[in-house]
Write a protein that binds this ligand. Sequence first.
Ligand SMILES: Nc1ncnc2c1ncn2[C@@H]1O[C@H](COP(=O)(O)OP(=O)(O)OP(=O)(O)O)[C@@H](O)[C@H]1O
Length: 258
Amino acid sequence: MITLEGVSKYFGSVGVGQAAVQEIDLHIEAGGIHGIVGSSGAGKSTLLRMINMLERPDAGRVIVAGQELTALSERKLREVRQGIGMIFQQFNLVHNRNVSGNVAAPLELAGMKGIERKLRVHECLEQVGLQDRLHAYPAQLSGGQRQRVAIARAIANRPQVLLCDEPTSALDPATTAGILQLLKQINEELGVTIVIVTHEMDVVKSICHTVSVMEHGRITESYSRAQHGFAPAPDYTLSYREQLLGQSESTKQGGEPT
Ligand SMILES: Nc1ncnc2c1ncn2[C@@H]1O[C@H](COP(=O)(O)OP(=O)(O)OP(=O)(O)O)[C@@H](O)[C@H]1O
């Protein structure tokens, strides 16, 4: 579903400026939930934003649902981006539009009109459990509700892929659990492939099928729930490997991550 081949991004001049992401190869299966973890500045958000070309790579190819995005014109890209939803840490809602107006925005851009658009807005808000808050403004909602509106907006055009940039970092643990449950439901019920950038290991452990660890712009380790199992209770004093596999398992296995 998502393939990155030799993808690099420099800020400043290529070869002179700082490499935010360097020669990354990554494949994410259709229907998967993939986590990207790593310390601050490792290049996680830049990598995520290259999947929908919000950041254009300086080198390499990005292929989503069989289309090479790196080969498309800006006009064609705008069209293809409708099939890739995105949510952010700070929700990025439009403050002077109510809930209904926010969810309707991408449908307006896609040319959907009238009753069809109204019904679709309602359907999306039902999916996130906010069908009774149609007329509320973002300032009248809690953080969790704002993220639910952002999710409803992100799925409005029935995307195949949903990109999530630290979607729960601004939320308390109970609200986080609700949002993660909703993302899992969207993955399972709608078949949407999800990529989540996070610094919270709990997020990976609760919903991700696979995970990449990034360091200095590169993917240094990759794990899958099916192959490695993910240990419970994270301990933030441990390495990513130890947190994912469990401290003793990690020491015992000692082999190369896949
Ligand atoms: N628009 C930009 N202009 C210049 N440098 C940038 C830009 N965006 C990111 N960078 C740099 O690229 C590197 C990777 O940043 P990025 O935000 O992708 O990391 P991250 O792993 O998501 O970090 P965090 O967890 O702190 O958000 C950092 O050194 C950052 O300063």
